[in-house]
Design a binder for this molecule. Structure first.
Ligand code: HEC
Length: 216
C-alpha cells in the first residue's frame, strides 16, 4: 500500500515541477504574440487536468486503503472474538476439571454408584490380555480380579506381586482402585502392571462398577 502512495506522490510532484518550470519559463522568457502563451495555456490546462486526475486517483486509492484497513480491522476483531471464546471455553473446562478434582473421591464413589456395569464390562476387553474376571479364574500376566473391590491389596493367592504393590497396604476401596486404574505407574511406582490407565472418569467409574458387581 505504501508503495502505491509513494508512486502517486512522486507523480504528483513531477507534475507540479513541470507546471512550475512552465510558469517560471514563461515569466523569464515572455514570448511575443499570443501563440506561445496560447500554447502555454493549453499545456497548463492539460497539466491541470492531469493533476486533477492524479488527485482523483490519489483520493480513490486512499478510499480503497480505508476500506481495506476497515476490512482488516473487522477481521482482526473477529479473530480476537474467536480467541476470547476459545479462552472462555478453556477456562470453563479448567473449572470443570477443578470441580471434579476438588469434589474428590466422594463424588467419584457417586459416579461409580451411578455408572453402568455393562458399559464397564465392555471396557475391560483391554484388561483381558492380562486378567481373568470369573470366580476362580486363573492368573495371566496379572491376578484374577473376581471380588477385587474391597479385598486386601495384592492378596490373590498364588500370584507373585511386585514389592511396589505389596507395599501399598490396605484394601482396594473404590477410591484406591480409581487412583490405580487412572495412572498405575503414578499410583504405585515400580508396580508391574504395564497399562497406561483409564483417564476418562466416566469410563473408569463404569469399569469399577463392573468390578464391584463381581462378588458373591
Ligand atoms: C499388560 C497387562 C495388564 C493389563 C492390560 C491390565 N493389567 Fe491389571 N495388573 C497387571 C499386573 C501384572 C498386575 C500386578 C501388578 C504388580 O504386582 O505390580 C495387575 C494388577 C491389577 C490390580 C490389582 C490386583 C490385586 O490383586 O491387588 C487390579 C485391580 C488391576 N490390575 C486391574 C486392571 C484393570 C481393571 C485393567 C483393565 C482396565 C487392567 N488391570 C489391565 C497387568 C495388567
Amino acid at each position: 500500500m505504501r508503495c502505491i502512495f509513494n508512486l502517486i506522490a512522486s507523480v504528483v510532484l513531477a507534475v507540479l515541477l513541470v507546471l512550475v518550470v512552465n510558469i517560471v519559463g514563461d515569466a523569464i522568457y515572455p514570448t511575443p504574440g499570443g501563440m506561445k502563451s496560447a500554447h502555454a495555456t493549453a499545456e497548463q490546462k492539460a497539466e491541470k487536468a492531469e493533476q486533477e486526475a492524479e488527485n482523483e486517483a490519489l483520493a480513490e486509492a486512499e478510499e480503497s486503503a480505508d476500506t481495506a484497513s476497515a476490512e482488516e480491522a473487522r477481521e482482526a476483531e473477529k479473530e480476537a472474538e474467536k480467541k476470547a471464546e476459545k479462552e472462555a471455553e478453556k477456562a470453563d473446562k479448567a473449572e470443570e476439571t477443578a470441580g471434579a478434582d476438588s469434589g474428590g473421591d466422594k463424588s467419584f464413589a457417586d459416579m461409580v454408584a451411578a455408572a453402568d456395569p455393562a458399559a464397564g464390562k465392555s471396557a475391560t476387553t483391554q484388561c483381558k490380555a492380562c486378567h481373568t474376571f470369573k470366580k476362580g479364574g486363573g492368573k495371566r500376566m496379572g491376578p484374577n480380579l473376581y471380588g477385587v473391590v474391597g479385598s486386601k491389596k495384592a492378596s490373590v493367592e498364588g500370584f507373585s506381586y511386585s514389592q511396589a504393590l505389596k507395599d501399598l497396604g490396605g484394601k482396594w476401596t473404590v477410591e484406591a482402585l480409581s487412583g490405580y486404574l487412572k495412572n498405575p505407574s503414578g499410583f504405585a511406582p515400580g508396580n508391574k502392571m504395564a497399562f497406561g490407565g483409564i483417564k476418562d472418569d466416566q469410563k473408569r467409574a463404569a469399569v469399577i462398577a463392573y468390578l464391584k458387581s463381581l462378588s458373591d
